[in-house]
Design a protein around this ligand. Structure first.
Ligand code: TMP
Length: 216
């Protein structure tokens, strides 16, 4: 039997409150309309072990953790997620839409946590080998806009949502620097616009990629 064409791997990134999860659902619907089989997943998480690590990092009493501890925990979750879900899906031709991936580690642990680009890169190469997303959408909003949106959403802030504005600025800038470094993979979407305008911008990017990938 002929090997299926490998699925595409799309990730959604941004500071907290940028609206990336809503856009993940939008892209899932859009791909469905184009007859593309896809699944949506998230990081940290995506497997039973990954979700347990997520709750250790985000839900449980904010146990003290150094940036290095956070880095190793998110990559432990990622290794399991890749083996259990992402790699098998891509291999059988299913597209994977993932709410956050390794760019978040560069932004949160590398930039805000102070570990730097190279420390993240070493573990990335070891855990992922040459696997990288085919497309990353970075939803960009100024820090005060993101904070107002998460506060409006209510509930208790988790470890990362409660970071101060200077850490959040570092996270936002790190995403913009990653976009400048990897311009063919990363598209920055201005997420201060209305939901309809953000949807339109996202739809434009996805339509462009569909046309390119289907004729590759
Ligand atoms: P979210 O699902 O609401 O985006 O929450 C996930 C949080 O985890 C978010 O605040 C960013 C943080 N995070 C990291 O610090 N490093 C990582 O590698 C990932 C994937 C997420």
């Amino acid at each position: 039997m002929e090997k299926p064409e490998r699925g595409r791997f799309i990730t959604f990134e941004g500071t907290d409150g940028a609206g990336k999860s809503t856009q993940g659902a939008f892209v899932e619907r859009m791909l469905g309309e184009h007859g593309v089989e896809c699944i949506r997943t998230r990081e940290p998480g995506g497997s039973p072990m990954g979700e347990a690590i997520r709750s250790l990092l985000l839900d449980r009493d904010n146990l003290p953790a150094t940036p290095a501890t956070e880095l190793l925990l998110v990559f432990a979750a990622r290794a399991q997620h890749l083996a259990e879900l992402i790699e098998p899906c891509l291999a059988r031709g299913t597209w994977v839409l993932c709410d956050r991936f390794t760019d978040a580690t560069y932004a949160y642990q590398g930039a805000a946590g102070g570990l730097g680009f190279d420390a993240v890169s070493v573990v990335e190469n070891w855990v992922q080998d040459d696997l990288r997303p085919d497309l990353t959408l970075v939803f960009d909003v100024p820090v005060d806009v993101g904070r107002a949106r998460t506060e409006h959403r209510g509930g208790e802030a988790d470890r990362f949502e409660s970071l101060n504005d200077s850490a959040k600025e570092k996270i936002r800038n790190a995403y913009l620097e990653l976009a400048a470094r990897f311009p063919s993979r990363i598209e920055v979407i201005d997420a201060t616009q209305s939901m309809e305008s953000v949807n339109e911008a996202v739809a434009g990017v996805i339509r462009g990629r569909l046309a390119r990938w289907r004729h590759a």
